[in-house]
Design a protein around this ligand. Sequence first.
Ligand SMILES: [Zn+2]
Length: 410
Amino acid sequence: MKFSAVPADGSRFAAAWSDLAGVGRDRVRGGYSRHGFDDADLELRTWFTEQAQRRGLEVERDRNGNLWAWWGAPGTDAVVTGSHLDSVPGGGAFDGPLGVVSALLAVDELRLRGLTPAKPLAIACFVEEEGGRFGLPCMGSRLMTGAADPDTVRRLHDQDDVSVADAARRAGLDPAGMGPDPARLASIGTFVELHVEQGRLLQNADAAAVIGIGSEILAHGRWRLTVTGQGNHAGTTRPADRMDPMLPAAAAVFAARQEMGRHLGAVATVGRINPIPGGTNVIASAVQLWLDVRHESAHVTAGIVDAIVAAVRQEATAEGCTVMVQRESMTDRVTFDAGLGLQLSELLAAPVIPTGAGHDAGVLAAHVPSAMVFVRNPSGVSHAPEEHAELTDCLVGVEALADVLESLVR
Ligand SMILES: [Zn+2]
């Protein structure tokens, strides 16, 4: 790997990182719970705005709540970098914020290099990338690109029955304005998202590599299954009299694991399950569970979901329960711009790797040449508190992003 300048200032990175360290900590789950338009998210957005303004960047909020910090006047053929500030429930510190902090420090680095961008340059923070609060991942970028229907999005609710519209209003955003933003989209010439690596693919591709370039994102989707039975007393209800929705729910967990074994490269997960009412001495009356399935082929992904649902229905029939299936999101396989990926891979002497994780860059890739720069994660863990990147690697990431932006804004 080669870099054009001295390493970025570690103390500035550490200072920015410590600003964020206390925001949105989850005392119950560990790690962080920062979700679209919640208190932690609003605090982070304020922090970002102040940091950008301190650097002389012009900050604006678009109609969907995404933040944009401009170096130079907004205009066409803009080079945009950035990521998201929200997390999954109990997530790690790096997924999202690393891309935002690195973008701010890359601007500092470019200023140190004496660069005057020939094109508009912006840092974007997209709303609710994880879908941790309202269930729809990449909400901000999907709304902007027209990939999500604003009427449907406004009506999505969180676990406390707060709608997206109400949450947006509380954040000072007019929900009526949410929706496609074609002019903004058309102004973007290139989008580059720096992100912590979320698995072991970079280590497997090159054990010494600190940086990787994204080639593609697997097709991925989320489905909500509601299994309804009969709530009853755990002590007095004989086996023959039970209609226990936990059994079909359990079938989903096992079928997901089984389907992974049947399809090379597929992943299927039940990571969230909600028995109602959720009492130790109560047979549940209903169970909600969420299924996450990913594979390079959308067709195979759909087949895996069908097989899992069939297993759940079979168990439900035996138990006298009913099943309702609702697709919450589905994203087809995304291939990043091959020319741009090759250009960045050569510039940084970095290997090219695919990813199973969804990103705003994947949503934008359908409209503008997009790329991803991954920073090594020695833990191989993400969406959990153990997610990690070493400071020295983060600084290499800042340098790499600065090199990329410098090459693109000329
Ligand atoms: Zn992310």
